[in-house]
Write a protein that binds this ligand. Structure first.
Ligand SMILES: [Fe+2]
Length: 619
């Protein structure tokens, strides 16, 4: 440790503040620790309203500091989630390996590197308003730290799977007490994340954000291309490591993910974005999903064998593949699996800060009894109820203050077939809405799936909705016997709840299959009878639990639909104002915000000369 760093650890009982940052690549975020406890964490996109905003997270930093009630000068350490110089080295070496082929992409990347990224230290200090020695752990150390130190375990194996950081694309190791050591890694350009992204690109979805759609599409397809992928694209070993045949990829030297050889191999050009989806894309999605699961399972087995640990922690972008996570869990490779909810680069801010607190400063892990250290991931801004009332009065919006009666009323509304915006407490950190900024509905309804997709979310209708269910009831609905608080595990709907689909119906093609009721909770049952499950416990989110519990009293079902509070292409709402506008611009029936009810039928239409349905691209 540097001398100046030691000086910053103030003795005499004063708190130590650590600010973690991720930025300049994908999904910027900031996180603040006070004596190792997470005070606040948030993604910059929620403030700027620019999805996956990668700019310096100045708004998120400002929010974190205000949550702690401190000025930037009070920070003891500021830590960035990766090593820019190493990343630059990778860029340079890759260019030289492929030169002159990659000149165009190299010359496009250079101005930003020379202007901003190579002088990142100065940029960060200026933006934060802080003088001191910045710390830069490696990208995979940050991911691994976010997975292990925030988990419920005091020892565990750790596996990170990602696109790429500096050089590493996958790493594994062991956490024991406050020490986390990574033992092995796989290196660029051989990457599970980039393989998946290549297929995301090829099937016409947005790179770095459309991966979710590929996973959602996979159950409609057949694994027709699995052998081709395994024979031609990659050389997969028993331990899950592999090498990609780079003649099929273009991301080292070009501006696209896949090469002409890839297009010839799979029989055509990439799908034009937004054009019609065909069985071919569904088969491609299914095939890359199957291969990804196979790699994930082999890696997990290898890590289990090598470490001998019984618990596994996962992070890195690939750990958002909740179907793959569910496979790892069901194969019983480890006794327990914990997945960092902000598994992508936003979570690097949290991991980097935890890395400094435990690994650099040597502070012990605090004991937790059966809980994790992520606090439900409710780590973002909350809004005071009195302020909301004042704001609604000022705007002359019609509302009804329910306070403690809100969960029962919201339960009644969804039981009556309404779609309700649910805004409660601190905003979630990570890509999923977990009952703080959610849109909720009745999972028993056979029409709710298409109503919510087309009238509320304005998005492709092939994607299934996810359920939130009472933690104690999870095994009544799913083949799952443990909590899944962060919606990062996919599990099968229980056999006895499934509805057999008759032969004529089975002849339906592609997306039309989604309209069949496949269980008594059809709105959350995907075509392969799976669901992406969130379990809710009363301590972590009492109001959300009370709502689902009230729904159970009314209907006998302790389970509801939970989808994120946003429309297609926009970040999840953060403030009451954003929630109200989203509620008014869609066909949502009601908004329940901190115990205050807004009914659509009682509101004056917004004075906007805008056709939102046209803007969101669907009619
Ligand atoms: Fe990453």
């Amino acid at each position: 440790m540097h001398e100046s760093e030691e000086r910053r650890d103030r003795p005499g009982g004063e708190s130590t503040y650590i600010l973690g940052l991720s930025a300049f690549y994908h999904d910027s975020a900031a996180c603040l620790l006070r004596d190792g406890e997470i005070v606040a964490a948030a993604q910059e996109e929620r403030f700027t309203r620019k999805k996956h905003d990668h700019r310096f997270p100045q708004n998120a930093v400002r929010y974190c500091l205000s949550e702690a009630g401190i000025a930037a000068e009070r920070l003891n350490h500021v830590v960035f989630y990766d090593k820019p110089w190493l990343k630059f080295e990778r860029l340079l070496e890759t260019y030289l390996t492929y030169a002159p082929a990659g000149f165009r992409s190299f010359s496009m990347a250079m101005p930003l590197w020379l202007k901003e990224k190579l002088f990142m230290g100065d940029v960060i200090k200026r933006e934060v308003g802080w003088e001191g020695d910045l710390l830069f752990p490696e990208h995979h150390q940050s991911h691994a730290a976010s997975a292990y130190y925030a988990s419920p375990f005091d020892r565990a194996a750790v596996l990170t799977m990602d696109g790429v950081g500096e050089w590493a694309t996958t790493a594994w190791g062991t956490g024991v007490g406050n020490q986390l050591n990574l033992n092995a890694e796989m290196r660029f350009p051989h990457s599970l994340g980039l393989l998946y992204t290549a297929f995301t690109y090829y099937t016409g979805f947005k790179v770095n954000s459309g991966e979710y759609k590929v996973m959602g599409l996979a159950p409609y397809g057949e694994p027709r291309y699995v052998d081709l992928i395994l024979d031609e694209l990659m050389d997969l070993k028993d331990d899950g490591s592999f090498r990609l045949n780079m003649k099929y990829f273009n991301y080292c030297q070009g501006l696209t993910m896949t090469s002409e050889a890839f297009h010839t191999l799979f029989g055509g050009s990439p799908r034009t974005p937004e054009s019609e989806l065909t069985q071919r894309e569904m088969d491609l999605a299914r095939s890359v999903q199957d291969v990804t699961e196979e790699v994930m399972v082999r890696m997990a087995r290898h890590v289990r064998r090598e470490t001998g640990e019984r618990n596994l922690c996962l992070a890195g972008g690939v750990a958002l593949n909740c179907v793959g996570n569910g496979r790892i869990l069901r194969e019983r490779i480890f006794d327990h699996v914990w997945i960092q909810p902000a598994a992508g680069d936003a979570g690097g801010a949290l991991g980097a800060a935890l890395f400094v607190w435990h690994q650099v400063l040597g502070n012990p892990l605090k004991p937790v009894k059966g809980r994790d250290r992520q606090r439900g991931s409710y780590l973002g801004p909350a809004f005071d109820v009195e302020d909301i009332v004042r704001w609604a009065e000022e705007k002359e919006y019609s509302f009804d203050r329910l306070d403690g009666r809100a969960p029962e009323r919201a339960a009644q509304l969804i039981a009556d077939g309404n779609v309700v915006g649910w805004f409660d407490g601190r905003m979630e950190f990570g890509p999923r809405a977990l009952g703080a900024r959610s849109i909720i509905g009745d999972a028993r309804s056979s029409t709710m799936q298409s109503v919510m997709n087309l009238k509320i979310k304005y998005r492709e209708s092939f994607r299934p909705f996810a359920p939130s269910c009472l933690v104690e009831d999870v095994s009544e609905y799913f083949d799952l016997n443990e909590p899944s608080p962060y919606m990062l595990l996919v599990a099968p709907v229980k056999e006895d709840r499934r509805r057999t689909v008759d032969e004529e119906e089975q002849g339906l093609f592609g997306i039309a299959k989604l309209n069949l009721a496949r269980s008594d909770i059809p709105a959350i049952t995907h075509v392969d009878y799976s669901a992406r499950v969130q379990t809710v416990d009363p301590e972590t989110h009492p109001n959300y639990y009370a709502l689902i519990n009230a729904f159970k009293q009314l209907t006998g079902y302790g389970i509801i639909i939970n989808t994120s509070f946003n429309v297609r292409g926009e970040p999840i709402v953060c403030t009451p104002e954003e929630a109200y506008l989203c509620f008014m611009r869609t066909e949502m029936d009601a908004l329940m915000m901190e115990g205050i009810l807004f009914l659509k039928s009682a509101q004056r239409p917004l004075e906007e000369d805008v056709d939102w349905q046209e803007i969101y691209g669907l009619d």
